[in-house]
Design a protein around this ligand. Sequence first.
Ligand code: NIG
Ligand code: FE
Length: 421
Amino acid sequence: MSRKIFTNIGGILTLKAAAAKSGRRVDEKDLSWTKNNTIVVDDRGVILWLGKWERLPKEFHDGKKIDWDKREVIPAFIECHTHSVFAGDRSQEFEMRNTGVSYQEIAAKGGGILSTVKATRNASEQDLLDSAQRRINRFVAQGVSTVEVKSGYGLKKASEEKMLRVASQLKKARILKTYLGAHAIPPEYKAKQGKKLYMDQILHRDLPDLVSKKLCDRVDIFVDNGYFDLEDASHLIERARHFGLQICVHGDQLTRTGACKFAAKNNAQSIEHAIELTAADRKIIANSDTTSVLLPTADIYIHAPYPKARELIDEGARVALATDFNPGTSPTQDLSFVGMLARLKMKMSLAETICAYTFNAAHALGMQSKLGSIEVGKQADLCVLDMSWKDLFYSVGHHDVYRTLRGGKMIYSKPASLVEK
Ligand code: NIG
Ligand code: FE
C-alpha cells in the first residue's frame, strides 16, 4: 500500500467543529486551527491520520514523505455553482447594462442567456472542451479541487448533451454535472404553450435519456418571470426524485417568486441567488436542510441588491458562496472577488466566508461526508497556501496557493518563479 505523509506543515485549518455544526452559525474557533503538522493519506486519497510528527504511529513510517516547509493547509475550495461550459462572450451586454439597460430588457430583445445559447449550439465539442478545461485550470490554480458545472446553454437535447459530455471529460478537478435544461425557454418554443411542450420534453424525454447515459448528477431550474415557474419546478422535483437525483433551484434572483421557500420546503439540496426573500422565507430556509448559495459577483455585475447573508446566517441557515461563473451575469472566476464582496457588502466574517467556500459548498453538492473539512476518513482535498489563511478574501485578483491536492494527488503546483522565499 503506497501512503503519502505530508509533513512540516505550519498549521492546519481543519474546519472540524464547523462540520460538526453542519456549517451553521460558525465562528473563528469552529475553523479548528491546529498546530498539527502531519497528514497521512492512503492510495485512495483518504486521510488516515493527522497529528504531530513525533506521534506518527509506527505503521505509517514507511510512507513517501512530502515536506511543505511550514506552509498552512486548509480544505481545498469548492466551486459549487458555475456555468463553465459555454462559447462566445457578452462584453457588449456589459457595456449596455452600464448605460442603464437592464438584464431583463436585454433578455427580452433576444440577448442574455439566448445569445450564449446560439454561440454554444454552434461551437464544436472540442472547442467547448478546450475552453472549459482552461477555465477549470484557472479554478484549480486558486486552490479549488471540485467544480460544479451546469448545462443550460444548449436548450435542445443534442446541445445539452454536448455540454454535459464536455463536462464529463474535464480533467484535474472533480466535476459535478448539473442538467439545467430549464434555464430559459428555447427560441423555438417561445409561446406559452411552447414552454409546456419544452418542459414535457425535459421531464419525459431528455432527462431520462441523460440519466441513462450517466451525464447528469443532479438537476437545476431557473424560476423567474419570463423563465420557469413553481409548477415547472414542482414537476422537475418529482421527476428528479423518481431518478434518485438531487435538485437545486436558481430562485428569487430578479423577482420574488417564492422559489427558494418552495425549494427548501421540498428538501432541495440548494437554492441559488436567494436575493428577494422575505423574513418569513429566510426562517423557512434556515429551518430546512437546504443550503443557500449566494453569488455576489453576479449581483454586482447586474446591479442587483446583495442577498441578506447576515440575516440568513443569524437565523441559522447554512450559507455557501460561489462565482456563478458565466459570460453574462458573472464573467469572473476570481474566488477572492467573491469572498471580498461577501465580507465587504454582505457582512460575512472571514470565518463564515472560508466555511462558505469549503464545508458549506461541499454540503450544497451533497458531498459533505467526504469533502469540505480535513478529518480522518475524508478525501485529502487540500489547499496548501503560500500565505496565511488570515489574509484570504482581502485582496482581489488572486490569493497565493502553493499546491492544490485532490484525493492526495497534486493537481496544481505554483510555478517556482512565483514561490515566496
Ligand atoms: O446564475 N439566473 C440565471 N442564470 C445565470 C445567468 C446566465 C446567463 O446570463 O448567461 C445566473 O445568473
Ligand atoms: Fe447561475
